[in-house]
Design a protein around this ligand. Structure first.
Ligand code: ADP
Length: 175
């Protein structure tokens, strides 16, 4: 795990469901009923109680976030956010992706959660080009932690080595 200078941002390659952080973020869908990718992995590892909590919430608009228990996961909570489905970039996708990161951090702060891990939201099944998505992810996290000291660590968790290397290159360019 490498902390970028004094930024409170770290990067790891691995499975987000294994992380012992205060909150892991789920790249969920609007209905919050589970799905493929990281969403499926979180519900499989976390158990049915998370799904039941999501059903009770009833859904989540794109760019917003909701919090639940973490069931059998080692994290304390799961923050479910919904990134945009990428069409052509002209459907407010950048703002919605930014909001997904920013609102997840806000929700963590409101719940006194200090360490939070993000997957690469929208860049799997939702098709967001990763190079553009990473810039937005980093900007949203920087904007938030620049104005708030409540979050102690933000971890970007990448499942594939290719994605990890893109994040690494971008972070090293900035910091
Ligand atoms: P979206 O629908 O928002 O695009 P996906 O789950 O399809 O979400 O993909 C988001 C990213 O999560 C992809 O880069 C995928 O490789 C990654 N991913 C899948 N499973 C895991 C996991 N267990 N831990 C971390 N990242 C994961």
């Amino acid at each position: 795990m490498y902390m970028y200078k004094n930024t409170r941002i770290t990067l790891i390659k691995g499975d987000i469901t294994k992380l012992q952080v205060d909150a892991i973020v789920n790249a969920a869908n609007n209905r919050l009923l589970g799905g493929g990718g990281v969403d499926g992995a979180i519900h499989r590892a976390g158990g049915i109680d998370i799904l039941n909590a999501c059903k009770e919430i009833g859904g989540c608009p794109t760019g917003e976030a909701q919090i639940t228990i973490a069931g059998n996961l080692p994290s304390k909570k799961v923050i479910h956010t919904v990134g945009p489905i990428y069409k052509d970039g002209n459907n407010n996708e950048p703002q919605l992706l930014y909001n997904a990161y920013f609102n997840s951090l806000k929700l963590a702060e409101e719940n006194q959660l200090k360490t939070i891990a993000f997957p690469s939201i929208s860049t799997g099944i939702y098709g967001y080009p990763i190079e553009e998505a990473v810039d937005i992810a980093i900007k949203a996290v920087r904007d938030f932690i620049d104005t708030s000291s409540s979050i102690e660590e933000v971890v970007f968790v990448l499942f594939s080595v290719e994605d990890y290397e893109i994040y690494e290159r971008k972070l090293e360019m900035i910091f």
